[in-house]
Design a protein around this ligand. Sequence first.
Ligand code: DI6
Ligand code: FE
Length: 406
Amino acid sequence: MWDQLWINLNAATLAGADTDYGAITDAALGVVDGRLAYVGPRSELPGPPDALARTVHDAGGRWITPGLIDCHTHLVFGGDRTLDQMMRASGASYADIAKAGGGIRSTVGMTRKLSVEALVAGALPRARALLNDGVTTLEIKSGYGLSVEAELKQLQAARALGELLDVSVVPTLLALHALPEEYARDRAGYVDLVCRELIPAAAAAQLAVAVDVFCETIAFSVAECAQVLSVAREHGLAVKVHADQLSDMGAAALAAEFGALSADHVEYTSTAGVDALARSGTTAVLLPGAYLLLNEKQRPPIAALRAAGVPLALSTDCNPGTSPLTSLTLTLPLGCALFGLTPVEALVGVTRHAARALGLSDRGTLEPGHRADFALWDVGHPRELAYWVGGQRCAGRVRSGQPALS
Ligand code: DI6
Ligand code: FE
């Protein structure tokens, strides 16, 4: 006997060939212990619904996709960065703003002042917006504390969000994001603090599953990032890299060298970088929100990434400075219009490939054995998910087979 059976639905399983969304019309989903036990046509169920499961749910004829996975967010922070937006309106670049003392450092000042509870309260509306839009797994990075205590506080807030809300939170220590003011004349000292104290403390407290670094001219060099990524690996943590967002730093190749789960942004990644990602099986995470709002002109090398077989994920990059974007469904048409993704590539990017970017092999498609995490949609076909810009089409979320609360 199954625990739950969902009927009266069409399933975009996103398993197998990508061209047809893995679509099954008039499908049924059987759930045992929170995992999918049956995914197939209703007509092939081995018996009448009531005889098969303790609870039978009617999905109202809707389309169902795997629960969406937002695999790159900086959701926990203090204050906002409306001032940066005003500076940009008068022509200042991201680098100008950072150099003028705005940018990441200003968010660090506002984040350090807040308690865990206040950070959670500030992030809750952003998290709820993502959940109402179909998200069932959410990565959250630190990176606005830049001291051992303040980074751990951000990670504790991320963990608390996962306990308060019906969502899986995947916490990442963004150890190198910006150089904190107090280390302005001692770069090596800060990198040392990260290696000797921050990473060991986060690993010991099990507050992070991965370590991320911002490898960029305005942030940290390849050598500094490599030093931190090796320590992350020594502590058994996965690694991720903010790579080649504003210039070609060879950061994608660095990510590949460390077997990173993902290289994120990749606007300026070279052919050599693309080849390195393909060889290491690293997922490229595309972030059209930051590209749009920074008014960037250099697109990621989509055709080359596609040709090399690099898995492409897509995410909000929700952060106060460059991408205050709290809708993953809005990110889908942005990925298509700005980066030239196909609608099905975009949807796979927020499900199957997003799971891969987080190293999660138990979700991202609707197939037997996977978690029964899914989203219900008021659309006539899943291709509409990457078509409409804005609006509320998510009719509900299910986690482990049970209707989820936001
Ligand atoms: N790249 C980004 O786009 C964000 N972080 C990063 O490394 C921006 C974060 C911010 O400006 O607050
Ligand atoms: Fe980011």
